[in-house]
Design a protein around this ligand. Structure first.
Ligand code: GLV
Length: 320
């Protein structure tokens, strides 16, 4: 049986598939991405498709791959997959929750620190030869202790972010559809608030929600208008949660002090207004980019595919 893998992945995580199936790995050329036709081309004769978040796994793609039994997404988010269509067509969909929680929260916190302490400007300052003496009034940043972190989306990664914030002496408020269980709330010192209160009171706002119809452009011009002008925005979730044009406008007009962005509205395109702003730190979607997380993610995809193709009763990491 053929397993089509749309990008090169850590080899250690693919051994299970290599032992049992005819594994085809695509997408090795730098910058190459699949569109619908390309995906159909590689998956039309495959029993399993191992996908990344830029692969458009639409109903058309799924319906054009008659042998397909499982789509294993190499990510925790799966907004690129038409899960309802997969369900209708009897195709299992799986993802990789849990193993990238700490990696992603680490990266969100790295962006937070980088923006708060102006690391990008500081690095440039030294490289440009401007470090002539120890300065008393240059590059002053924002201290984290005592500040409020507003977390939008209090799932695994949001809670891991809250744990880090606690270690830095921050107060944590969160907005989430459901209240997290009171024991965890107590442990994290986190309080659930309405989005309006979070926007108005947070010094740093960090996004950790999935992308869906409710969260698309959740952070828009009206949201920026409610934030403190000194606030910082961190996004390691999905680009379209933020209206990027409104973000650029808010930064230009000084209605937001800075942003740390790992994801973009039209990835891999980046709004030109973000490229030259001194208090914006950018990264190419690196949240889960550790050797440990990426190897574990590949292993989870392999286990899920093997479970489906070998007819196991239980398929791990199943979302549909
Ligand atoms: C990455 O963005 C993921 O969803 O795992």
């Amino acid at each position: 049986m053929k397993v089509a893998v749309t990008r090169p992945l850590p080899d250690a995580g693919l051994q299970l598939l290599r032992d049992h199936y005819d594994v085809h790995i695509y997408g090795a050329q730098p910058g190459s991405r699949f569109d619908e036709a390309g995906l159909i081309d590689v998956a039309h004769d495959a029993a399993a498709l191992l996908t990344v978040l830029s692969d458009p796994v639409t109903e058309h793609v799924l319906a054009s791959c008659p042998s397909l039994k499982v789509v294993a997404q190499f990510a925790v988010g799966y907004d690129n997959i038409d899960v309802a269509a997969a369900h209708r067509l009897g195709i299992v969909v799986t993802n990789t929750p849990g193993v990238l929680t700490d990696a992603t929260a680490d990266f969100a916190f790295a962006l937070l620190l980088a923006v708060a302490r102006r690391l990008r400007e500081a690095d440039r300052y030294v490289r440009d030869g401007r470090f002539q003496r120890w300065e008393t009034m240059e590059l002053l940043g924002m201290e984290l202790a005592g500040k409020t972190l507003g977390i939008v989306g209090m799932g695994r990664i949001g809670q891991a972010m809250a744990r880090r914030a606690l270690g830095f002496g921050m107060r944590v408020v969160y907005h989430n559809r459901h209240r997290v269980n009171p024991t965890d709330e107590y442990r994290l010192g986190a309080r659930r608030v309405e989005l309006e209160e979070l926007l108005a009171t947070s010094d740093v706002i960090s996004l950790h929600c999935p992308l869906n119809d409710d969260s698309r452009h959740l952070i828009d011009a009206a949201a920026f208008a409610q934030m403190k002008p000194s606030a910082l925005l961190i996004n390691t979730a999905r680009g379209p949660v933020v209206d990027e044009a409104a973000l650029v406008e808010a930064l230009r007009e000084g209605r937001l002090a800075g942003a740390g962005l790992d994801v973009f509205e039209r990835e891999p395109e980046v709004h030109p207004g973000l490229l030259d702003h001194p208090r914006v730190v950018l990264a190419p979607h690196l949240g889960s980019a550790t050797v440990e997380a990426r190897t574990a993610m590949a292993r989870m995809c392999s286990e899920a595919i093997h479970a489906v193709l070998s007819g196991a009763d239980d398929v791990p990491y199943r979302v549909a």
